[in-house]
Design a binder for this molecule. Sequence first.
Ligand SMILES: Cc1cc2nc3c(=O)[nH]c(=O)nc-3n(C[C@H](O)[C@H](O)[C@H](O)COP(=O)(O)O)c2cc1C
Length: 184
Amino acid sequence: MKTIGIFFGTETGTTRLISKKIQKKLGDAVAAKPLNVNRISVEDMLQYDALILGTPSYGVGAIPGRSAGCQEASWEEFLARAGTPDFSGKRIAFFGLGAQERYAERFANSLFRLYETFAGFGAEIVGSWSTEGYSFEHSAAVQDGRFVGLVIDERTQGMFTNDRLDAWLAQVAPLLLEKIAEAA
Ligand SMILES: Cc1cc2nc3c(=O)[nH]c(=O)nc-3n(C[C@H](O)[C@H](O)[C@H](O)COP(=O)(O)O)c2cc1C
C-alpha cells in the first residue's frame, strides 16, 4: 500500500478520536482512514508497509480487551485471531492513551504490551517519545528513559495533545514514508 495504515482499539472512543486527528493531519494521500481492530483481520494490516497503531490502557499491564474488563472487543481479541503473523519488513509507530493522575503507578502500560507484541512479530519500531512534561510514578511504556511511542492523556493534559501530535508526526511521518518508498 502506498499509504500509512492506521489501526486502533478503543473502549470509550478516545483512541478513535486521536486516530482520526492523526489521519486528518497526515491527509488522505499519506494515510488511510483509521480502522478499529475489532473489525479487521491481521491480513488487512499486513497490506501496509508502514503503520501507526494506537491503544488505550486498561488493566494492570494488560492488552485491552475483555480480560481487562472492556465491554468492547479490542486488541486482545484481534491478537487472538491473528496468531503469530510475520511483521518483518514492516515499520510501525505506536501511540497510547492513558490517565497519569488516576493511574500514576501504571501509566500507559498497555502501550508497552502492544509494542512488545509487535516487536515479537518482527516489526521495526520507530517513534519513541520523551517523558518530559508528564507526571507519573511508573510506566511499563518507558524503556531506556523514553516512552516507546507517543503518549496522550486526554484526561489531564488534553491541552497538550495537538502540539504533541504535531511534534511526533513531524518525527515519524518521514520515517514511515521512507519505508513505503523503499517497499515500492
Ligand atoms: C476501568 C479503567 C481502567 C483504566 N486503566 C488505566 C491504566 O491502567 N493506565 C492508564 O494509563 N490509564 C488507564 N485508564 C485510562 C484510559 O486508558 C484513558 O481514559 C483512555 O483515554 C481511554 O481511551 P478509549 O476512550 O479509547 O477507551 C483506565 C480507564 C478506565 C475507565
